[in-house]
Write a protein that binds this ligand. Structure first.
Ligand code: GDP
Length: 150
């Protein structure tokens, strides 16, 4: 199933100079970049992004963290892109993320877990609309794409 999903290299990923390292893992897995930008997330967008967590103990600090410094937002496209991104990131808490995953290799703390990826296809649609207009996303084929699936 061809899907698009939202990925964010969070402020700690940018500040630790891990943007390339993180994108490399998604790209090497076969996911295609359909949109990408560096931005400072406005508070209002972050509140909409994390609306499901409003009222939880970590809500305020999570909104503060994601808005604290620039992030890189991406639309990644590919077969089962949502699940592929989630598996490549590893569990929310880096201590539970397996070695080989982004969080398992590069992170130590749930409050600084480097990367965001939409958790379901419906969430991906909602989240992509928060960060990208339709004309900022580009559909194209790479010559190697035919070697990624049967
Ligand atoms: P995700 O989809 O794997 O990012 O996880 P969630 O949707 O459950 O949580 C969203 C984000 O909130 C996480 O990526 C963390 O940055 C933050 N978060 C979640 N749970 C906790 C927690 O227990 N403590 C803290 N400090 N942050 C948390």
């Amino acid at each position: 199933m061809m899907e698009r999903t939202l990925v964010i290299v969070k402020p700690d990923g940018v500040q630790r100079a891990l943007v390339g390292e993180i994108i490399k893992r998604f790209e090497a897995r076969g996911l295609r970049i359909a949109g990408m930008k560096l931005m400072r997330i406005p508070r209002e967008t972050a509140e909409r992004h994390y609306a499901e967590h409003k009222g939880k103990s970590f809500y305020e600090s999570t909104v503060a963290y994601i808005t604290s410094a620039p992030v890189v937002v991406m639309c990644l496209e590919g077969p089962d892109a949502v699940a592929a991104v989630r598996a490549t990131m590893g569990a929310t808490n880096p201590l539970s993320a397996p070695p080989g995953s982004i969080r398992g290799d590069l992170g130590l703390s749930i409050a600084r877990n480097l990367v965001h990826g939409a958790d379901k296809p419906e969430t991906a649609v909602r989240e992509l609309a928060l960060y990208f207009t339709a004309d900022e996303l580009i559909s194209y084929e790479r010559s190697g794409d035919k070697w990624l699936t049967e």
